[in-house]
Design a protein around this ligand. Structure first.
Ligand SMILES: C[S@@+](CC[C@H](N)C(=O)[O-])C[C@H]1O[C@@H](n2cnc3c(N)ncnc32)[C@H](O)[C@@H]1O
Length: 564
């Protein structure tokens, strides 16, 4: 490798240095990350995966865990004061919407919980996401009832949060009850450090950033905001590294430099004792260290006056024998518009326990989701532990259901081998997904040919069951990134079932509760046509055309139903 101050050749490709080697948590990467999310707002979810932590099986599992915790700690709660559930990095808001509905339903089964007043706070570090949630019609009933509030909150930096709707300031001393915190795919997104243990010595891994010059010019012609770009002033903040170039996350490459380190490193005994442990217990290992998550826990614990319960779901590893740790290897991030690192749940558990709390972790070693349930004090949590152990650890229901979905869809595609009745299969698939609209859509599309003839042959009992199933699935629809596929599948199902009144009612409800959409007007129009309500059909087709002026099908519909 030949090297000049800013340009060098690596693997035969000309590269440019973006930032010299430094501690990972001090890297420009995190500025790029924040800029990406702040600039993309809700459009981020066109590229950043969200399905895994928004699907109904996952929502159901976290709601069960929280419900168990409420039952466990019922005697610790003051029913005269609200119990806050704070979601960090809430992203699209889909999880929040589905979770509130689901938890309310679960709590309704327990007389003891009815006296509790819950407030859900959907937070994110960027105001643009919060503003979008405030105008989301699906969330509006919860804002109106006071069950939901939103706030800008950066857990690595803040120890208080101002709520946008109620105006309340949540800070230390203001909470009368323990604070429940949910973090889904957040700790993999915020700051990390990295270390290696080599021959019994601890090394700090520093990261230099560079980019391939050819890639830079490729992407210079594609400046449509699909990747984060540093502004000149941000990039100049570090005088020695100032470059007049604007890297995106996609362009960034990392190289590592190692140097021996002495403890204490963080000058925080809760953190340094973990490094001590790693130095004494590991040999030839590479350790990513979730320092952002740990700072977040410290800040949240302060806010909650040390009564903090954490429900964390993330990709990562729990065992120090996992492939992410063993051996001297380079750290890598996954790029998906933004980027993410694997979360070291082992370090998180040790950190919580060092602070006097308890933590249960589930190995995400061979799957996309790992879990931690932690409290910064030591309440008796029998039911929560039971659910965690039986369902998240032993049966690993979130990851198992994810894999089963794929398996089921492959089965559906080979539908001719399915045993009749297809309707029973369809009902089972949707029920076992916990009424997930995406699964409804996928199963309906794949079973369509064989299923549709059966829809009009249902007995009364099945009619009730399917009505309930469609209603529940519809309630779970939450459009992310303007994707109306799930909604269209439900309408189409009702049309094939020849339930035109039901389809019409759902289409009206969709326009009212999700915002007006061409799809809802389309189906309201054809349902009205089937019901021989020509004037209504004409009007719905007209409204569909108004939303999409080159929608020829709606124009033809208007022509067919034109008032005489
Ligand atoms: C991968 S997304 C996860 C979103 C959502 N929880 C989910 O599971 O779909 C990461 C979230 O973290 C937020 N985020 C990014 N950088 C952050 C930071 N420095 N502090 C707090 N949140 C951040 C983003 O706005 C985004 O909502």
């Amino acid at each position: 490798m030949t090297e000049s101050p800013s340009r060098f050749i690596r693997d035969g490709i000309e590269c440019e240095e973006v930032q010299s080697a430094r501690r990972l948590s001090e890297s420009l990467l995190w500025t790029l990350q924040e800029e990406y999310y702040a600039s993309q707002s809700l459009n981020a979810w066109e590229r950043v995966p969200f399905y895994s932590t928004s699907r109904m099986m996952f929502v159901g599992a976290i709601a069960e865990l929280v419900n168990s915790f409420l039952l466990d700690c019922i005697d610790e709660f003051d029913p005269q004061s609200p119990i806050y559930i704070l979601e960090l990095g809430g992203g699209s808001g889909c999880f929040a919407y589905r979770f509130i509905n689901h938890l309310k339903e679960l709590m309704g089964d327990f007389e003891r919980l009815k006296k509790l007043e819950l407030r859900y706070i959907l937070s994110d570090f960027t105001k643009s996401n919060i503003d979008a949630h405030l105008s989301n019609l699906r969330l509006k009933p919860f804002f109106d009832s006071g069950e939901l509030d939103v706030g800008v909150y950066s857990p690595e930096n803040d120890t208080a949060i101002k709520l946008e709707v109620s105006g309340a300031l949540l800070e230390r001393g203001a909470l009368k009850n323990p604070l429940l915190v949910i973090a889904n795919y957040l700790f993999d997104t915020i700051k990390h450090d990295a270390f290696r243990v080599v021959d019994g010595s601890l090394q700090e891994t520093k990261f230099a950033l560079f980019r391939e010059v050819s890639r830079q010019s490729d992407s210079d012609s594609d400046r449509d905001g699909s990747g984060s770009r540093l502004s000149g002033s941000d990039y100049d903040q570090d005088g020695s590294d100032a470059r007049r170039t604007n890297p995106t996350i996609q362009e960034i490459r990392m190289s590592e430099v190692y140097s021996d380190l002495e403890l204490p490193y963080y000058r925080d005994p809760h953190l340094d004792s973990i490094l001590h442990f790693y130095r004494s217990e590991l040999s030839d290992s590479s350790v990513i260290f979730p320092i952002g998550a740990m700072r977040s826990i410290a800040n949240l614990s302060h806010l909650a006056a040390d009564k903090l319960a954490l429900f964390v779901s993330d990709k990562g590893f729990a065992s120090l024998e996992s492939k992410q740790v063993l051996g001297l290897r380079t750290q890598e991030f996954a790029e998906h518009g933004a980027f993410s690192f694997d979360v070291n749940f082992d370090a998180l558990q040790r950190y919580v326990e060092n602070r006097g709390g308890n933590a249960l972790i589930e190995s995400g070693d061979h799957s996309s989701l790992g879990f931690m349930f932690a409290t910064t004090w030591k309440p008796t949590c029998e039911l929560t532990r039971h659910f965690f152990r039986q369902y998240l650890q032993k049966r690993d229901i979130c990851n198992a259901s994810y894999n089963l979905e794929e398996f089921t869809f492959v089965g559906c595609e080979k539908g001719q081998n399915f045993v009749r009745p297809y309707l029973t299969n369809f009902i089972s698939i949707v029920q076992s997904s916990n009424f997930d609209p995406f699964i409804f859509d996928g199963a309906f599309a794949r079973l369509f040919e064989n299923l549709v003839p059966e829809l009009t042959e249902m007995d009364l009992e099945q009619e009730h069951e399917v009505t309930d199933l469609v209603g529940r699935t519809f309630r779970n629809v939450f459009n992310v990134a303007n994707d109306y596929c799930d909604l269209a599948a439900i309408f189409e199902f009702c049309m094939c079932w020849q339930k035109y009144e039901f389809c019409l009612a759902l289409a009206k409800e969709a326009n009212a509760s999700l915002g007006v959409s061409r799809k809802a007007f389309d189906y309201a129009a054809i349902a009205s046509e089937h019901l021989d309500r020509r004037e209504d059909a004409y009007e719905y087709f007209r409204q569909a055309l108004e939303l999409e002026p080159d929608h020829d099908w709606a124009r033809e519909g208007m022509e067919r139903n034109k008032p005489q």
